[in-house]
Write a new protein. Structure first.
Length: 100
């Protein structure tokens, strides 16, 4: 194996910043700029979607509540218990991942 000794520098030498040297050499370097023009539009879209989802959930909950009061809706206890266990398992797995 051949070792190239041309790239060896003393320990106290400053490292060469290739990004600065290449940016200085190129006249078409783009300025580093961040804008928030789209953030207001995005916030409005998110708010609209949340309100639509909330309205749908509220209507669904009201229909279930009315069916329970009328006695036409009877929840399945086994199905509810199974869902609770699945949620607990997922929560336990997430907690285990967070502790790592």
């Amino acid at each position: 194996m051949k070792v190239n000794t041309n790239d060896i520098r003393p320990v106290d030498a400053k490292p060469v910043d290739t990004q600065k040297s290449s940016a200085a050499g190129s006249s078409a370097a783009l300025p580093d700029k961040v804008t928030t023009d789209e953030s207001a539009k995005l916030a409005q879209t998110v708010a609209a979607v949340r309100s639509q989802l909330g309205a749908g959930q509220n209507a669904k909950l009201a229909a279930i509540e009315a069916a329970v009061r009328e006695g036409t809706y009877r929840p399945d206890p086994a199905r509810i218990a199974e869902q609770i266990l699945q949620d607990a398992e997922i929560s336990a797995k997430l907690q285990a991942l967070l502790k790592k």
